[in-house]
Write a protein that binds this ligand. Structure first.
Ligand code: ARG
Length: 559
């Protein structure tokens, strides 16, 4: 039990009911934890200051507390420092890679729908958000004992295939397709979109092609398969580089033969209507209706998502399905989840984890207009820049190429994940290629610095070092920072915000560096102190590694 819980127990024994919220006082002079008494005034019919004073008397002397004092309406707890240090560091040395985890998800299954690029378009930097948020949420759920099914619900069906097929029928060239499938299909898409503006008939032709595809026309199917296969292999190349693995690539096409039962069911339950040839489900309030089938019978994105919900519920029996998808699709998910509910699915299990828009300094990204930045280009540039810095500063480094890859990718991931996902993200090369200050490489560098101390010490870290000698302020603050790690990890899942962990890792890095500058480790005054500091250094290294790992970022030992 950690100190927070122990104090909670103490307060419960004094008759405090409900959730006990402990604050961390703004100044260390006020103790380690503070319990505010304002909310109790009603229950005890007393002024908060008097309640605080009373509680202090009643609590009396406790073995794990140095002292308990009332400061105005607060009860301030000063924990026994050596005991706390001992508890935190022993926990880390015992748990190692699993430090910070607790099996709160045991027996629960969670499906995470993330990354989801569209076939026919490249993996762009605007896919970074869904990819890294989804990946870190998957990692954290696994770490906390959940059974995770990571689904890359790729966009491999829908009217845009009508565009590609129609464009290919007009101008297609298989040699060009083979040579560079993604760019070639993108160029067809862009060209068609431009022509379509001049000649609206092209719009109808594209619709007709998608209809042929949905009806199982062999020629359309053959071309579609070819587009999909070529594209998927390039997507997979990028995921491999990012070291992201999915449990399933079942995308929109996978459910194309599973839509019938949904249509039958909405009709049977009487929740749909025909409207100008379309099949729709009306929403409550002034929300626009959810369209399940267009007037030419073509299926919609919404219908496919409903079929996917049924498949996921039947197959995985999930406790939760998370959709990590940009904010622009909020209405879509409101509609789909509402129809799912009408169909009898427990839609409390469905959650849209939305994130802000990725913009360019001069406005919106647009595949249609060819205004897009390729994910691979960003990765290449980040890695190249890091390689140059390594060449400059540490040319003797072993495994240079691999470290450059890890740090370059770490910079890109962290630049995104350090922000609250709700906010829009303005893409700039400077932001992606920043390796100093509060960045991923700074955290990675701090980890490598800890590794370097441990290497240079040329002695095993002794797990039973006497920790009572760790009395410096920066040592104790590092310990309390480490103590928070498990709570931080769990709190990411309260509202699915990985930036809570990223921001914590920055604070932990600052704290480690303060300790590193204040307290000589290898050259500590005596053996006892050196051993204790080495252990503390090793614990910080472990927490940084665990935290970066949860964000999908590698922790090289040297850089
Ligand atoms: N492929 C879609 C897009 O690029 C996102 C898919 C999101 N997932 C879902 N189940 N609808 O817009």
């Amino acid at each position: 039990m950690d100190f927070r819980e122990k104090i909670g127990e103490l307060l419960k024994k004094q008759g405090i009911q409900g959730d006990i919220v402990l604050e961390v006082p703004p100044q260390p002079e006020l103790g380690d934890f503070a319990f505010p008494c304002f909310p109790l005034a009603k229950q005890f019919k007393k002024a908060p200051n008097a309640i605080a004073a009373d509680l202090v008397l009643k609590i009396g002397k406790v073995d794990f507390l140095e002292k308990v004092v009332a400061t105005g309406p607060y009860v301030n707890f000063f924990v026994d420092k050596p005991k706390r240090t001992e508890a935190v560091l022993r926990d880390i040395t015992k748990r190692k890679d699993t430090f910070g985890s607790h099996p709160i998800g045991k027996g629960k299954t969670i499906v995470i729908d993330y990354s989801q690029p569209n076939v026919g378009k490249p993996l762009g930097i605007h896919h970074l958000g869904s990819t890294v948020i989804g990946h870190s949420l998957a990692n954290i759920h696994k770490f906390l004992g959940y059974n995770v099914v990571g689904v890359n619900y790729i966009g491999d069906w829908g009217t845009q295939f009508g565009v590609l097929l129609s464009a290919y029928a007009k101008w297609g060239d298989e040699k060009k397709l083979q040579a560079d499938p993604v760019n070639y299909l993108l160029s067809l898409y862009v060209k068609y979109s431009a022509e379509e503006e001049k000649d609206p008939a092209l719009h109808e032709e594209a619709k007709a092609w998608f209809k042929r595809l949905e009806d199982g026309d062999p020629h359309a199917t053959k071309l579609w398969t070819m587009f999909r296969d070529y594209n998927l292999s390039t997507f997979k190349r990028v995921y491999k580089r990012l070291e992201i693995e999915f449990d399933s690539f079942n995308g929109e096409a996978f459910v194309r033969d599973k839509m019938g039962p949904i249509i039958d069911d909405v009709k049977k339950k009487g929740i749909s209507e025909e409207d100008q040839g379309m099949l729709i489900v009306r929403m409550e309030g002034d929300l626009p209706p959810c369209i399940l089938r267009k007037s030419d019978e073509a299926s919609t994105y919404a219908l496919r998502d409903l079929a996917a919900i049924k498949y996921r519920f039947d197959t995985y029996k999930p406790d939760k399905v998370l959709y990590v998808v940009a904010q622009q699709q909020t209405l879509h998910f409101i509609q789909v989840f509402a129809v799912a509910k009408k169909l009898g699915f427990d839609n409390d299990k469905l959650e849209h984890i939305s994130f802000g828009m990725m913009r360019l300094p001069d406005g919106k990204m647009s595949t249609r207009k060819g205004k897009i930045i390729f994910m691979e280009d960003v990765l290449d540039r980040a890695v190249e820049d890091v390689a140059k810095i390594i060449q400059d500063k540490n040319p003797e480094l072993k495994d240079k190429a691999r470290v450059a890859e890890q740090v370059g990718i770490g910079a890109v991931f962290f630049a995104y994940l350090m922000n609250d996902r709700i906010k829009d993200f303005e893409f700039s090369w400077d932001r992606m290629l920043d390796f100093e200050g509060d960045t991923g490489p700074y955290v990675q560098y701090t980890h490598a610095r800890a590794c370097s101390v441990l290497r240079k010490a040329k002695e095993e870290v002794s797990v039973d070092a006497n920790l009572s000698v760790l009395n410096a302020k920066s040592e104790y603050e590092l310990v309390t920072m480490l103590e928070r790690f498990p709570d931080i990890v769990a709190s990411v899942l309260h509202d699915y915000k990985p930036h809570i962990l990223s921001q914590y890792l920055l604070r932990l890095s600052h704290q480690f560096n303060e300790f590193y500058h204040d307290c000589p480790i290898i050259t500590a005054e005596n053996d006892e102190l050196r051993k204790a500091r080495l252990l503390l250094c090793d614990c910080a290294r472990q927490a940084l590694q665990n935290g970066l790992g949860l964000l999908g970022i590698a922790s090289p030992q040297e850089m």
